[in-house]
Design a protein around this ligand. Structure first.
Ligand code: HEM
Length: 181
């Protein structure tokens, strides 16, 4: 994954564990990089090792770590120069969710090696929708729950999230029931 992701893990971990905690996480993950470069693509496996090490160091289940990361990602990308693109992607939660694939398609113009997830919305009503999440990667569904919470905060909307269908239980993709007032 692009270094931007690892940088976001780093910022989150430094905020919770401090600079020394971050060095311990890198040691545990056997990561030697002094600093990640946002627009360089790193092996996915490095990011997985960092998340696992952070979750061990912080005594936090990996699922909770991924959810916290997802929530952080929405704020982090907005602060790291992607704010205008996020703003152009929709001014309400449902519009934004419906446009998620176009957002990643636009990001790919800057990050040509991006292997983005794919999202589809069905059963859309005034207060709910079903979000279908397809990924080339395993195990990142808890991150989506966090992303949805982060988007709720971005749009000042309390969001309900139910992880209704799970790939980890044999389904071919994950589905989330998303509700808002
Ligand atoms: C402008 C803001 C955003 C940027 C720059 C961005 C960029 C990226 C990047 C670099 C990756 C790693 C994949 C790779 O390097 O191949 C990624 C993955 C991902 N993104 Fe985005 N993204 C943004 C917003 C969002 C939002 C708002 C969501 C909300 C649902 C989202 C959902 C995901 C998920 C779930 C993944 C994990 C990869 C996977 O499932 O395979 N992203 N994105």
């Amino acid at each position: 994954m692009y270094g931007l992701v690892n940088k976001a893990v780093e910022e989150l971990a430094r905020g919770v564990a401090g600079d020394e905690g971050w060095e311990r996480i890198k040691l545990r993950a056997d990561v030697r990089e002094v600093e990640f470069v946002g627009l360089t693509a790193y092996p996915d496996e490095l990011t997985y090792r960092l998340v696992a090490a952070a979750s061990e160091e912080l005594g936090m289940p990996a699922e909770d770590m991924l959810a916290a990361f997802g929530e952080h990602w929405v704020r982090y990308t907005a602060e790291q120069g992607w704010g205008p693109m996020l703003a152009a992607a929709g001014d309400s939660l449902p519009t934004f969710l419906i446009g998620l694939d176009s957002l990643h398609a636009r990001i790919r113009l800057t990050m040509p090696a991006l292997a983005p997830p794919s999202f589809r919305c069905t059963d859309v009503t005034d207060t709910s929708l079903r979000l279908h999440y397809h990924s080339h990667r395993d195990g990142l569904a808890p991150m989506v729950t966090g992303l949805l919470r982060g988007l709720g905060a971005r749009f000042d909307t309390p969001v309900g999230v139910v992880h209704a269908v799970r790939r980890s239980e044999g389904a071919d993709h994950d589905e989330f029931l998303v509700t808002w007032p």
